[in-house]
Design a protein around this ligand. Structure first.
Ligand SMILES: [Zn+2]
Length: 83
């Protein structure tokens, strides 16, 4: 991947930019790409594609921990009632 240090089409700052995968005529900097409102619909964000994957994994792990916590709390409640 070749990085061009040019003006971002969106924020106008001089940043390393690359063509937006959704709008190839738009050159986007990493910050605008991350903050892009279309990012959730973007199958392949130009910048940090892997961020999406990490987020999805993190959510999955957090949900599992939450679920386990809830089950444990329930079990503890049950156990305390049995005692
Ligand atoms: Zn920008």
């Amino acid at each position: 991947m070749v990085l061009y240090w040019k003006r971002c089409s969106i924020c106008g700052r001089y940043e390393p930019i690359d063509a937006c995968s959704m709008h190839p005529s738009v050159n986007v900097c990493p910050w605008c790409c991350i903050l892009c409102s279309e990012r959730s619909n973007c199958s392949k964000p130009t910048w940090f594609t892997e961020v999406k994957v990490i987020e999805a994994k993190e959510v999955e792990v957090k949900e599992r921990i939450e679920r386990e916590k809830r089950i444990r709390t329930l079990l503890e409640e049950l156990m305390s009632k049995l005692e």
